[in-house]
Design a protein around this ligand. Structure first.
Ligand code: SF4
Length: 239
């Protein structure tokens, strides 16, 4: 889809990673356009619904790196690539990851696990985030099985966003299927477009999720987290 270039919808930082296996880490963000899913509660629908087509730029790996340095200077050593689904991009993404490594930057990446790319093996922290029933999407476990078998368990994690009891049951199925992979559950944000402080709503959801995890012996090894950035910065974009 990208003719040697990466479709970039936004690029920002330094900021703090608010979720998953590198939560709290200072990082730059590259958000790519395009997704093969249409999750009902997608908080990044602007990456695929056409609303920001005019703001999507096709950039080479070197151009992305140059802009990251312009924004962050010496003030970062980690870059998070998110989407959309960055796994829709082939060689140009490989080039970006290699370039970041050459410049002593670690690379984190998040994908829902619907599509394999050979460059996955180079990602330093790869979060695979299968979508639960409330998203309206269906996970292809054949693809996910192969993906997880092909990756170093120390460099990957699984994360399931949870909105309700059915999602929680789905998370248990995923965790049971891949017991050796670090597993995170995260509370969903029911209204990613609400303005103002949303922290009390999110903390109530976290209280509910923690209660579920605490009482469930099948969830003894999971880590249940909030979306930290949404607690601090609400639904603001580009932070
Ligand atoms: Fe949105 Fe992610 Fe679902 Fe794609 S996979 S629709 S970016 S939540």
């Amino acid at each position: 889809m990208s003719n040697g270039k990466i479709p970039v919808i936004e690029l920002f930082g330094p900021t703090i990673q608010g979720e998953g296996m590198v939560i709290g880490k200072k990082t730059m963000f590259v958000r790519t356009a395009g997704c093969d899913y249409r999750c009902s509660w997608c908080d990044s629908a602007f990456t695929w619904d056409g609303s920001e087509k005019a703001n999507t730029r096709l950039l080479t790996a070197s151009e992305v790196y140059r802009e990251l340095v312009q924004l962050g200077g010496q003030n970062f050593n980690h870059v998070t690539i998110s989407g959309g689904n960055p796994a829709l991009i082939g060689k140009p993404m490989l080039e970006l990851i290699q370039l970041l490594h050459e410049n002593h930057c670690k690379v984190g990446l998040e994908t829902q696990g619907s599509k394999w790319q050979d460059w996955f093996v180079l990602v330093d922290d790869l979060t695979i985030s299968p979508k639960p029933p409330s998203s309206g999407m269906k996970t292809d476990f054949n693809i996910l099985d192969k993906m997880i078998q092909s990756l170093n368990p120390e460099k990957i994690s699984l994360k399931v966003v949870i909105f309700d009891n059915k999602d929680f049951e789905f998370a248990k199925v995923v965790h049971k299927r891949y017991p050796d992979v670090d597993f995170y559950v995260s509370v969903g944000n029911k209204d990613p477009y609400e303005e103002g402080d949303i922290s009390s709503r999110l903390l109530q959801s976290l209280d509910w999720l923690w209660g579920k995890v605490i009482e469930d012996p099948e969830m003894n090894n999971v880590r249940a987290l909030p979306q930290l950035h949404a607690l601090v910065w609400a639904n603001k974009r580009g932070v």
